[in-house]
Design a protein around this ligand. Structure first.
Ligand code: F6P
Length: 360
C-alpha cells in the first residue's frame, strides 16, 4: 500500500472532518502512505479529471472541531442509475472504478450510513476495489455498531433545544413540541427526550394513542404543571398510520410535519396553547461533541489499521467500549431501529415519561 483514498458519502454530520484528520495522521504518520481526499463522494471519482485533494498532516490540523465535511458529500444519484442532465438514468459505475484506478489508489475508506455503504460495497465488488468503511449517521440506525459518528452531536443539539424550550414553555404556559430527525428510527428522540426531561416522547417504533398523550397532559396540569414538553421523531405517523410528509414545488417529498399534526391534535384535545419547533438540519451542523470527536478519531485510526492488515470489505464498529471490525455486509443488512425492550425505553417508562402506548 502506498496511496489510499477517503470519501464522505450521504448526509453530512458532525465528526466527519475529525475522522478525515485521524485517517490522515495514522496513514501518513504511522505507515508513510499518501492520503487522497475524494470530493463529493463518488461524484469526485466520476469526474474527469477526478476531483480530489491530497492531504498532509498539517492540512488536517483545523479539522478536529470543524462541522460538515471538507470533502463535500452528496446523497443524490445512485451511480448505478445516475440522473444525467438530460433526465436519463445512466450506469456510471465504470467511470467511478476508472477514477479510482486513475488516482492509483491502493484502497479506499468510505465514510457513510447504510445506503452509502451498500452502494460503495457494490462498487467495490464490481471493480475489485479495496474498501474499508467508517459508520456515520445522526440516525444511529446502522447495524453492527453501538454508535456511529454524528449521533452524539445530534442528541446534544436536540437536548439543548429541549433545555431552552423548558423556559419559554414555563413562561407562557404552553405545550412545546420539538420535532427531530432520525429518518425511520427514534434514537435521537428517545435519547434527547430522556436527557432533556421531556414529558412525552413519541418514536416510530412504538405506536401511540392521542387519547393517552392528552391524558398525560391533563394529569400534568392536575399536578400543577403549567407547561409540557413533547419530543417527536420525524417518522412518527398520524394516529391512523399515515406518514406525514412535505412536498416542495418540484414535487420532491420528504418527512416532516408530524410536530404540527400533534400540536393541532393537542390544542383540540385539551385546549392547550401549543407551539412547534422543527429542529431540522441544525442537528447535523456545528461543532462535533467531544464524544463524536473521540469516536471519529478512534474509527479513523482503526480504519487505516484494517487496510494495513488487508482486512477489506470490513467496517470499524464500536462495541462494549472497544473498536472492532465487522463485515460491511452485516452492518448494512442489520437495520437498527429502537428496540421497544431497550434499556432506554425502560428508563423512560420508569421516569414516568409517556411514550404514548395505547392501553393494552
Ligand atoms: O439520514 C440523516 C438525515 O438527516 C435524516 O435524519 C433526515 O430524515 C434526512 O437525512 C434529511 O435528508 P436531507 O438532508 O436530504 O434533507
Amino acid at each position: 500500500i502506498t496511496r489510499i483514498g477517503i470519501l464522505t458519502s450521504g448526509g453530512d454530520c458532525a465528526g466527519l472532518n475529525a475522522a478525515i484528520r485521524a485517517v490522515t495522521h495514522r496513514a501518513i504518520g504511522t505507515y508513510g502512505w499518501e492520503v487522497i481526499g475524494i470530493c463529493r463522494a463518488t461524484q469526485g471519482l466520476m469526474s474527469r479529471p477526478p476531483e480530489y485533494m491530497s492531504f498532509t498532516i498539517q492540512d488536517t490540523y483545523p479539522l478536529l472541531t470543524m462541522g460538515g465535511t471538507v470533502l463535500g458529500t452528496t446523497n443524490k444519484g445512485n451511480p448505478f442509475a445516475f440522473p444525467m442532465a438530460d433526465g436519463r438514468l445512466c450506469d456510471r459505475t465504470d467511470d467511478i472504478i476508472a477514477g479510482y484506478h486513475q488516482l492509483e489508489l491502493d484502497a479506499l475508506i468510505g465514510i457513510g450510513g447504510d445506503g452509502s455503504l451498500a452502494i460503495l460495497r457494490q462498487l467495490a465488488q464490481r471493480g475489485n476495489l479495496k474498501l474499508v468503511a467508517i459508520p456515520k449517521t445522526i440516525d444511529n440506525d446502522l447495524g453492527s455498531t453501538e454508535i456511529a459518528v454524528g449521533f452524539d452531536t445530534a442528541v446534544n443539539i436536540a437536548t439543548e433545544a429541549l433545555d431552552r424550550l423548558h423556559f419559554t414553555a414555563a413562561s407562557h404556559s404552553r405545550v412545546m413540541i420539538l420535532e427531530v430527525m432520525g429518518r425511520d428510527a427514534g434514537h435521537i428522540a428517545l435519547s434527547a427526550g430522556i436527557a432533556g426531561g421531556a414529558d412525552i416522547i413519541l418514536i416510530p417504533e412504538i405506536p401511540y394513542s392521542l387519547d393517552v398523550v392528552c391524558e398525560q397532559l391533563r394529569q400534568l396540569q392536575a399536578q400543577g404543571r403549567n407547561f409540557a414538553i413533547v419530543i417527536v421523531a420525524e417518522a412518527v405517523c398520524t394516529e391512523t398510520g399515515e406518514k406525514v410528509t412535505q412536498t416542495n414545488r418540484l414535487g420532491q417529498c420528504r418527512l416532516g410535519g408530524i410536530g404540527q399534526y400533534l400540536a393541532d391534535a393537542i390544542a383540540t384535545g385539551i385546549g392547550a396553547e401549543t407551539r412547534v419547533t422543527v429542529l431540522g438540519h441544525v442537528q447535523r451542523g456545528g461543532i462535533p461533541s467531544p464524544r463524536d470527536r473521540l469516536i471519529a478519531t478512534a474509527f479513523g485510526v482503526a480504519a487505516v489499521d484494517l487496510i494495513a492488515q488487508g482486512r477489506f470489505d470490513h467496517m470499524v464498529s464500536w462495541q462494549h467500549r472497544q473498536v472492532v471490525s465487522v463485515p460491511i455486509a452485516d452492518a448494512i443488512a442489520q437495520y437498527r431501529a429502537v428496540d421497544p425492550t431497550d434499556t432506554l425505553v425502560k428508563t423512560a417508562q420508569a421516569m414516568g415519561i409517556c411514550l404514548g402506548n395505547p392501553p393494552t
